[in-house]
Write a protein that binds this ligand. Structure first.
Ligand SMILES: [Zn+2]
Length: 255
């Protein structure tokens, strides 16, 4: 198995998850090349998670799922399950290693992509089902990038949908993202070069974002949104004024 096979496996597990979060055991990770595992850990695509609270018992041969008991024995922790499937089996010892878990998530992937693209990720991202905001990628235009689960993991930007495994790969023990492919998407939006967002839509979107931040008690919401959008605070103020006007004159209804 190559490092890229391991990356494929990680992406496939995430895509198959129902909430964009999956756990891996030490045994799972041992099937992958060490260099791939450490690249994922370094990128925080794999993070240490709380130990498993139940495991599959391997004492009875029926693979029953049992809660884990942890006790101190001779100054060390020991774990076991109490199997109730067979009379001749009671306590089945569980190596502590079997409880160790690593978590991968689409949330962590979106954060990694934003850091790699050197773009600001919106704070307090309002997560929709199976969509994670990465941030706004700037080239000749500025376009929002969204991580989604469609058939597999994909990046949506400027009307394009790019399978993540086509732009993310492992080379020489490092994760590499094909930034140029994404920049090309931004510069050549799908759908005949039509602007993906009208001026009015933009103003209203910015206003909604400011409201969200205000509700969370953020006082410097204009500064935060200015950073997210990669524009000045003055521009944000102008857009808020525009949004207010749009709403009050009910033009918003016609957008
Ligand atoms: Zn059992």
């Amino acid at each position: 198995m190559t490092g890229n096979d391991a990356l494929e496996a990680l992406l496939a597990r995430l895509a198959a998850s129902y909430d964009g979060s999956v756990f891996f055991s030490v045994a799972d990770l041992r099937k992958w090349p060490k260099v791939a595992v450490s690249a994922f850990q370094k990128a925080e695509l794999l993070k240490p998670a709380a130990p498993a609270v139940s495991v599959t018992c391997n004492g009875c041969g029926q693979h029953c799922s049992m809660p884990v008991e942890i006790v101190a024995e001779a100054g060390r922790s020991a774990a076991f399950v109490v199997c109730d499937k067979r009379e001749d089996i009671n306590r089945v010892d569980v190596p502590l290693e079997r409880l160790e878990r690593w978590q991968a998530s689409c949330e962590a992937m979106a954060a990694f992509l934003a850091a790699t693209l050197d773009i600001n990720r919106p704070l307090n991202v309002a997560t929709q089902v199976k969509r994670w905001d990465v941030g706004r990628l700037r080239s000749k235009r500025v376009e929002p990038v969204v991580l989604t689960i469609v058939d597999g993991l994909a990046l949506e930007l400027a009307g394009h949908s790019v399978p993540l495994d086509e732009v993310l790969s492992l080379k020489g023990g490092r994760l590499e993202l094909d930034r140029q492919r994404l920049v090309d998407c931004v510069d050549n939006p799908a759908g005949g070069g039509r602007a993906s967002e009208s001026g009015a839509q933009r103003a209203l979107r910015i206003a909604t974002r400011c409201e969200q931040l205000k509700e969370t008690g953020s006082r410097d919401f204009r500064e935060v949104v200015a950073r997210e959008e990669d524009v000045s605070v003055e521009t944000i103020k102008k857009l808020l004024t525009k949004a207010k006007l749009l709403t009050s004159t009910r033009i918003a209804k016609e957008i």
